[in-house]
Design a protein around this ligand. Structure first.
Ligand SMILES: [Zn+2]
Length: 109
């Protein structure tokens, strides 16, 4: 397993994460190693998913639809790098807390 300090250095200095878009209202069963996946149906964005950046293997699914609570905003810059608002904070398991800004995971702890 990759040590945590190395994983975090890669988050900070490695390549930014990209965004893949899939058609439909749900995420595929298998997510890419680093990139985020956006489930979009027509012009409606449903949810975004990623593997937990701590390496625990968990899938993080964040709802984007207006009616959801909690919900997130997904923004992309001109080169397609994703930003999420607010931060992601897992209350169970690894308890990861981070921001995703322009394709980079910024840890809160
Ligand atoms: Zn985790």
């Amino acid at each position: 397993m990759t040590p945590r300090w190395l994983r975090r250095a890669f988050d900070r200095y490695g390549p930014r994460r990209g965004l893949e878009i899939v058609e439909g209202d749900s995420l595929p069963a298998r997510l890419p190693r680093r990139d985020l996946v956006l489930a979009r149906e027509g012009d409606e964005d449903w949810c975004v998913g990623m593997r937990c950046p701590c390496g625990c293997g968990r899938t993080i699914e964040l709802l984007l639809v207006r009616e959801a609570k909690p919900r997130w905003d997904l923004l992309t810059d001109p080169s397609g790098r994703p930003t999420l608002k607010p931060s992601v904070w897992l209350r169970t398991g690894c308890r990861s807390h981070f921001w995703l800004r322009r394709g980079r995971v910024e840890w809160c702890d």
